[in-house]
Design a protein around this ligand. Structure first.
Ligand code: PD2
Ligand code: ZN
Length: 292
């Protein structure tokens, strides 16, 4: 029987409630360093109560009758970010380093200058507070072991420097500036991580309404790296097998809601544990409607 610490038990319980597949949870645990057998046994225990069948080295929930209103596969819209090796945004040439179509992921270089990264860190350093996640039942903010970072929020366009960055990022993501949440800065010390999760609000959970009542669902994320992380700290997409290394000024974009309001489960992602040094990021979440 695998022995899991409290944070992994919470993570498994939350993801089972969200309807994540057994395969995706096993993959996420393996990506975080668990042996396959341990991951498989842990997932099996948590989802017990539902019939489980073991197939080779994977666990599958035993075939169930197709439920009425079964979910159809995610259909990919054209990516909002224009094609090309360079995207002009806010008067800056942002380099495209990698594109993935399914899920829709783009890795950028040179979104921010080193001076801009340093200014963002200095403005945030003394205001950091322990990060929270949304409680799926009532929408309140919980401090949990799945997310061991500290952060602060900037209000959208709160001063000329932040306004310039808000304009650049809206242009880069090709999404209206007023659909964006304010920037969030996050800081992870050694060992800090953010276990795999979705950035969208789970549509079937009561707690999501509190968040979607303002601006609707989240549709896309841009994570920008404010420093080079010497070891670990990658942004990982366990189901897509993609891992993005944190390089100062670069970032990773991914979109997960299409025009039919389907949500892409392949965008399960996390921040791997920081093994050496520290990690600073800035995040922009875009909504389907104006976020006011
Ligand atoms: O720190 C990261 O790389 C990371 C990974 C996944 C941050 C977030 N998600 C997030 O802030 O949502
Ligand atoms: Zn995230």
């Amino acid at each position: 029987m695998p022995i899991l610490d409290r944070s992994w038990q919470d993570w498994l319980t939350t993801n089972v409630e969200r309807g994540c597949s057994a395969e995706s949870m096993i993959d996420a645990m393996i990506a975080s360093g668990f042996a396959r057998d341990t991951a498989r046994d842990a997932v099996k225990q948590i989802v017990l109560g539902k019939p489980i069948a073991t197939v080779g080295t994977t666990v599958a929930v035993a075939a169930q009758p197709e439920p009425a209103g079964a979910v159809s596969p995610y259909r990919y819209d054209p990516c909002p970010v224009p094609a090309g090796n360079v995207v002009r945004a806010g008067g800056r040439d942002v380099k495209v380093l990698m594109r993935c179509e399914r899920p829709q992921i783009i890795v950028f270089g040179d979104v921010l200058s080193a001076d801009e990264c340093n200014e963002l860190k200095e403005r945030s350093r003394h205001r950091l507070k322990r990060s929270t996640t949304v409680n799926v039942d009532d929408g309140s903010e919980d401090v949990i072991q799945n997310r061991t970072s500290e952060g602060i929020w900037f209000q959208r366009c709160e001063d000329p420097f932040i306004t310039m960055l808000d304009q650049r990022i809206a242009e880069l993501m090709n999404w209206p500036l007023d659909h964006g949440e304010g920037f969030q800065i996050l800081h992870y010390n050694g060992g800090g991580e953010y276990k795999p999760h979705f950035d969208y609000f789970p549509p079937d959970q009561a707690g999501s309404t509190k968040h979607t009542s303002r601006g609707g669902q989240r549709v896309a994320t841009l994570i920008l790296y404010l420093n080079d992380v010497p070891g670990g700290g990658e942004t990982i997409f366990p189901d897509a097998g993609i891992s993005v290394v944190a390089k100062q000024g670069g970032g990773v974009y991914f979109s997960y809601m299409n025009s039919e309001r389907q949500l892409d489960p392949l965008t399960l992602h996390g921040g791997a544990p920081v093994r050496e040094g520290e990690k600073w990021i800035m995040t922009k979440w875009m909504r389907e409607h104006a976020y006011v």
